[in-house]
Design a protein around this ligand. Structure first.
Ligand code: ADP
Length: 203
C-alpha cells in the first residue's frame, strides 16, 4: 500500500492535518498511538521493559510509568537506546500490520521522528512535513500540554531542526495559524496528488 509519512515538530499540527486526511476516508496509522498501546497494561512491550529496567518503571496498573521513564531517558542515552531497542521493532511491526490491512488508495503514517530515522524514510513513499515557526510551536505546546517554555525547548532540542525537516520533505503544509479552511484546501490538493501517485502503484 502506498504510504505517505506525515511528520513535523512537536505542536506543528500533525494530528490536525491527519484528521483532515481521515475526512477523505484515508486510513491513518499513528505511531504515537501505537507506542502508547504497546506500553499500556498488557502491552507487548511491558514484559521486555520490566526485564530490562526493573519493576520500578511499571505503574500499578501495569502500564509504563511514562514520567519516570521520560526522566531516565532524557538524561541517559544508553537507557534511551535500550528502550528504543524494545519499542521500535514492535512499533514498526504493528505499523506494517496496519498498513497491510488498511483499505483505500493510500495510507498516511504519522511518524513524529521520521526525519531522525533512516528506517522510516525508506519505508514510506512520500514525506509530508507540517511546518510552522518555532515560536508558534512553543506557544501551542505550552498551551496544549501546560508545559513551561523550557520544557518545550528541551523536547525541540532532541528533534530535527526545521531546516533539516524541510530539506527532507517531498511536500510541505505551512501551518502557522492557518485558518482551518486553508488547511482543508491544502489537504484536498495533496489528497488528489497522492491519489494520482498511488494509482500507479499496486496496493
Ligand atoms: P502535533 O500533532 O504536531 O503535536 P497538533 O495537531 O496536536 O500538533 O497541534 C498542536 C496544537 O495546536 C493543538 O492544540 C491544535 O489544536 C493547535 N493547532 C494546530 N493547528 C492550528 C491552527 N492552524 N490554528 C490554531 N490552532 C492550531
Amino acid at each position: 500500500m502506498f504510504a505517505v509519512g506525515l511528520t513535523g515538530g512537536i505542536g506543528s499540527g500533525k494530528t490536525t492535518v491527519a484528521d483532515l486526511f481521515a475526512k477523505h476516508g484515508i486510513v491513518i496509522v499513528d505511531t504515537d498511538v501505537i507506542a502508547h498501546r504497546i506500553t499500556a497494561p498488557g502491552g507487548p512491550a511491558m514484559p521486555l521493559i520490566e526485564q530490562a529496567f526493573g519493576s520500578r518503571f511499571i505503574a500499578p496498573d501495569g502500564s509504563l510509568d511514562r514520567a519516570k521513564m521520560r526522566t531516565l531517558v532524557f538524561s541517559n542515552d544508553a537507557a534511551r537506546v535500550r528502550l528504543e531497542g524494545i519499542t521500535h521493532p514492535l512499533i514498526r511491526a504493528e505499523t506494517e500490520r496496519q498498513r497491510g490491512t488498511a483499505t483505500g488508495p493510500y495510507v498516511v503514517i504519522v511518524v513524529p521522528l521520521l526525519i531522525e530515522s533512516d528506517t522510516w524514510k525508506t519505508r514510506v513513499d512520500r514525506v509530508l512535513v507540517v511546518d510552522c515557526s518555532t515560536e508558534t510551536q512553543i506557544a501551542r505546546v505550552m498551551r496544549r500540554n501546560a508545559f513551561s517554555r523550557e520544557q518545550v525547548l528541551a523536547i525541540m532540542a532532541r528533534q530535527a531542526s526545521r531546516e533539516a525537516r524541510l530539506a527532507a520533505a517531498d511536500d510541505v503544509i505551512v501551518n502557522d495559524d492557518a485558518p482551518l479552511a486553508q488547511l482543508e484546501q491544502e489537504v484536498r490538493r495533496l489528497h488528489r496528488h497522492y491519489l494520482a501517485l498511488a494509482g500507479g502503484k499496486p496496493t
